[in-house]
Design a protein around this ligand. Structure first.
Ligand code: NDP
Length: 489
């Protein structure tokens, strides 16, 4: 048990200044590898702080949107270089704050750098089309205009990448930002904002207010001068945000849960499939919206696949993310650990067989952290909670099927439709899967997680609303189309 001697308190960022919240309250961010370790304190802000941040973003809008895309891009290039130079320090903060391994945290931070550079370049690309007019003396074209002030509500599972992939397109297309990062990973988010500040982004263009979702998040969602809200998190919160935004006519974008399947066909390369299932399902302790959770295996290879999978899962080392030997870190919080343990219990109550793991680690060196062994179930029926609900933890459910058609039907039998993958060497199976799988991301011989930043990201059914994030698809949410008709006189 380590007791903190000096814990740094981080401030809000409003109108280009680092400021205390009006409430004089703070929130402690706890290390999930050791709950006695306070990583930092952040402001526990209130509505007044949101009002000031939105006012600053509103005032900054006119001059920011007047800049050329190239000029706005310069700030993103500078921020990318600063984030890159601080990647080791920020990755370490991320690992301490939300538990993922240092390697994953570094990879995520460098992804943030790449996203900033990608969108800096977007400032130089076309944002409209010329459309032939039926009047031969007229010119008709479309151009894109920013939404205005965009509220960003981000989760704790990717505390660098998600804020960056929401802010960077917002900024390059001329919007100003008010962000509320998840309180569980707010120190990491503060450091991302420091990079934008050090890059000299003009006052008011980016504002950050930390605090709870129910206070700060809700105040952003309800603010009449916030023109668009982009959210990633749970379905429950996402739907409530969507309804509130709709009620006052604000644009919204919701990225929510997944219950992502992997299908292992009888002709699959089993070693590849085992590696993809483990990486897709258990990396980041299963705390990804694209994490594999249902493993649908053809009966001809079921036993062989299961043995290979269990042999590898048994070898995974669970421990603190800062330890170089660790493959899987703790759950991000006590609440998250309890959710995972409750699903493991429920799976057994509902009649599934727990083949491996699922126990909390309670050795002297792990008992103060939120550690759980990866869990593998079999005899899982489609109606069970572990087969239908997003667990957001290291839990794999094996499901045996007799045909590819049955596998795809089973894969589609959930309310979510974010990511899905198949391992097969048969081109007909690949094509059936591409055509019939109801998911925004379909992946062949690749794990469900790990979409590249330049490609559209988002789901079908209850996983996402409307538009896509990332790549050039992001322009749909962050802009409106203006149709221009010009006739000489
Ligand atoms: P939430 O959806 O509650 O949180 C996501 C973000 O929304 C956080 O910043 C949160 O603030 C904020 N928020 C919460 N309530 C409101 C509100 N009324 N108005 C505006 N913003 C709000 O998810 P949790 O962190 O509680 O995680 C619960 C479950 O959600 C997980 O187990 C997982 O299943 C799912 N999840 C999915 C993610 C994904 O990538 N799709 C990411 C994270 C979670 P704060 O937490 O600071 O109070």
């Amino acid at each position: 048990m380590a007791v903190q001697t000096q814990v740094k308190t981080y401030l809000n960022y409003v109108n280009g200044e680092w400021v205390e919240a009006s409430t004089n309250e703070t929130i402690s961010c706890i290390n999930p590898a050791n709950k006695h370790d306070v990583v930092g304190n952040v402001q526990k802000s209130g509505k007044e702080d949101v009002d000031q941040a939105v006012a600053a973003a509103h005032n900054a809008l006119a001059s920011w949107k007047k800049l050329s895309g190239a000029a706005r891009g310069e700030f993103l290039y500078k921020a990318a270089n600063i984030l890159e130079s601080r990647a080791d320090e920020i990755a370490e903060t991320m690992t301490k704050e939300m538990g993922k391994t240092l390697g994953e945290a570094k990879g995520e931070t460098l992804r943030g750098v790449a996203i900033l550079r990608y969108y800096a370049g977007e400032g130089m690309r076309k944002t409209g089309d010329v459309i032939p007019s039926s009047d031969s003396e007229a010119l008709m074209f479309t151009t894109r205009v920013p939404l205005g002030v965009v509220g960003v509500i981000s989760p704790w599972n990717f505390p660098v990448a998600i804020p960056v992939w929401k802010m960077a397109p917002g900024l390059i297309y001329g919007n100003t930002i008010v962000i509320k990062p998840a309180q569980e990973a707010a120190v990491t988010a503060v450091k991302v904002i420091e990079c934008l500040d050090e890059a000299g982004i003009p006052a008011g263009v980016v504002n950050m207010v930390t605090g709870t979702g129910s206070q700060v998040g809700q105040a952003i969602v309800d603010h009449p001068q916030v023109n668009g809200i982009t959210f990633t998190g749970s379905n429950q919160t996402g739907k409530a945000i969507g309804q509130a935004a709709l009620a006052r006519g604000a644009k919204y974008q919701l990225e929510m849960g997944g219950k992502n399947p992997v299908i292992i066909a009888a002709d699959a390369d089993l070693d590849l499939a085992v590696d993809g299932t483990i990486s897709g399902g258990l990396r980041s302790t299963g705390q990804k919206c694209t994490a594999t959770s249902r493993v649908i295996v053809h009966e001809d290879v079921y036993d062989a696949f299961k043995e290979k999978l269990l042999a590898k899962v048994r070898e995974l080392k669970v421990g603190p993310g800062l330890d170089g030997e660790t493959w899987m870190g703790p759950c991000s919080s006590e609440k998250q650990l309890e959710t995972v343990l409750s699903y493991i219990e429920k799976g057994q109550e509902e009649g599934a067989t727990l083949l491996y793991g699922g126990q909390r680690l309670e050795a002297p060196e792990t008992k103060d952290g939120f550690y759980v062994e990866p869990a593998v179930f079999e005899n899982v029926e489609s109606g069970m909670a572990i087969s239908q609900e997003e667990i957001f933890g290291p839990v794999l459910a094996l499901i045996k099927v007799g045909t590819i058609e049955e596998a795809i039907e089973m894969a589609n039998d959930v309310e979510f439709g974010l990511s899905a993958s198949i391992y097969t060497t048969n081109i007909s199976h690949m094509l059936s899967f591409i055509n019939d799988m109801d998911a925004g991301l379909v992946r062949i011989n690749a794990e469900t997680a790990g979409v590249e930043l330049q490609a559209p990201f988002g789901g079908m059914k209850q996983s996402s609303s409307h538009s896509r994030e990332q790549g050039q698809a992001a322009i749909e949410f962050y802009t409106s189309i203006k149709t221009v008709f010009v006739k000489g006189n």
